[in-house]
Design a binder for this molecule. Structure first.
Ligand code: MEV
Length: 423
């Protein structure tokens, strides 16, 4: 990838944008051609889910300006909401001025859970499981030779005793499994199901549920960025005012779950867009994100915003990121394959790190707008296009009608229909 800075990209036609995207990523337009049609046809859908009747499409845009650990990357984002791609791209540009995004991730460790009920002596059973840990790990390890070949496999076993009043106390065994470049649900679920009979022998109990946990808190991705305070100034807002406004907005989310939910939703606007574009399971990512945000017993912000000793704005984001680049839709969906190709990621961890960088950029875009001119101004001009389409505008009418709605400061469908009728 030569550069993710593509000035004037917005003004190009769809075909020109695709050509420029391919050229910048050292790919050919045919390699990204799946995006023109959405990637799959109804016949393919019929092989993916039950009772298929057709397709449901989302727009795919390119997040520009991203630099992650010194590498430029163009980010495919599948999302229906206006402002998200533009917001992320703009914030990535500001972050570039401070060296881009610095990211890290843990090993790709997933947790599989086995619920063991009807155990006579819970404490004794817990100790017996630990005594047989090596044997259980060896068995779990032998299940997926492909994962093993690539350096994955069973890593650890932990036993928890859960006090509960409906069915009484029970044991939960966590199998920690390194799933390398897979999302890992299949490997972990298979391993848990396979271990269950031996666990029943050891504990004398009954293994009830055997399923992975979406609170993937062993599989964490982290992103950090520094925005020079001077880069934050715009219109009548000084850099210091924007910085302090963003920090105060973060403080609100850190302290109040009602605000934190919306703040984190803004992060997920960016995160989900890349998760979906790459063919990953965004429900799993959502579940993990919100459970992680409540890990201390109170729901709070996933990100932090502060200033460094030079007065520059510093943002961080840390969250579970169970995404894969092999298996599932990531391999069979041509649009997802193109997305992985565009980002040039070779491991699931690299993908996870790009995703958290986008989440952090998206969070900053929302906070900057909220802390200064308010969210509606930027939102409205983009929203106006959707209103124009909903009112029946097509082709060149869309931009013209949207512009008039914004100029009149009345972005409403009734007014849009009225204007259309008068044309
Ligand atoms: C809207 O999709 C997302 C925001 O509400 C996020 C936020 O409030 O931080 C703007």
């Amino acid at each position: 990838m030569a550069t993710s800075r593509l000035p004037g990209f917005y003004n190009l036609t769809l075909e020109q944008r695709l050509a420029q995207t391919a050229a910048a990523a050292e790919l050919t337009p045919p390699e990204l051609a799946a995006w023109a049609s959405g990637g799959i046809n109804p016949e393919a859908a019929d092989h993916m889910i039950e009772n298929a009747v057709g397709l449901h499409s989302l727009p795919l845009g390119i997040g520009l300006n991203f630099q992650v650990n010194g590498r430029d990357v163009l980010v495919p984002m599948a999302i229906e909401e206006p402002s998200v791609v533009a917001g992320a791209s703009f914030m990535a540009k500001l972050a570039r001025a401070g060296g881009g995004f610095h990211t890290t991730s843990s090993d790709p460790l997933m947790i599989g859970q086995m619920q063991v009920i009807r155990v006579q002596n819970l404490h004794e059973a817990k100790f017996k499981i630990y005594e047989k840990k090596a044997e259980l790990l060896a068995e779990a390890d032998s299940i997926d030779p492909v994962l093993k070949k690539f350096g994955g496999g069973a890593r650890d076993i932990e036993v928890r005793l859960i006090e509960e009043s409906v069915i009484g106390p029970f044991l939960v065994i966590h199998l920690i499994y390194d799933v390398r470049d897979a999302m890992g649900a299949n490997a972990v679920n298979t391993a848990c199901e396979r271990l269950a009979p031996r666990v029943e022998q050891i504990t004398g109990g009954k293994v009830h549920l055997r399923i992975l946990s979406n609170l993937a808190d062993r599989r964490i991705a982290r992103a950090r960025c520094t925005i020079p305070v001077s880069a934050l100034a715009f219109d009548n807002f000084s850099g210091e005012a924007v910085r302090d406004g963003i920090i105060a907005a973060y403080a609100f989310a850190a302290a109040d779950p009602y605000r934190a939910a919306t703040h984190n939703k803004g992060i997920m606007n960016g995160v989900d867009a890349v998760v979906i574009a790459s063919g990953n399971d965004w429900r799993a990512i959502e579940a993990g994100a919100h459970a992680y945000a409540a890990r201390c017993g109170r729901y709070t912000s996933l990100s932090t915003w502060n200033q460094d000793s030079d007065g520059n704005l510093v943002g961080t984001l840390e969250m579970p990121m169970a995404v894969g680049i092999i298996g599932g839709a990531t391999k069979v969906h041509p649009a997802a394959k193109a997305a992985i190709q565009l980002m040039g990621v070779k491991t699931a961890s690299e993908l996870a790190e790009i995703i958290v960088a986008v989440g952090l950029a998206q969070n900053m875009a929302a906070l900057r707008a909220l802390a200064t001119e308010g969210i509606q101004r930027g939102h409205m001009s983009l929203h106006a296009r959707q209103v124009a389409i909903a009112a029946g505008a097509s082709g060149e009418q869309v931009e013209k009608l949207a512009a008039q709605l914004v100029a009149e400061k009345t972005v409403r469908i009734d007014r849009a229909e009225e204007i259309l009728k008068s044309w």
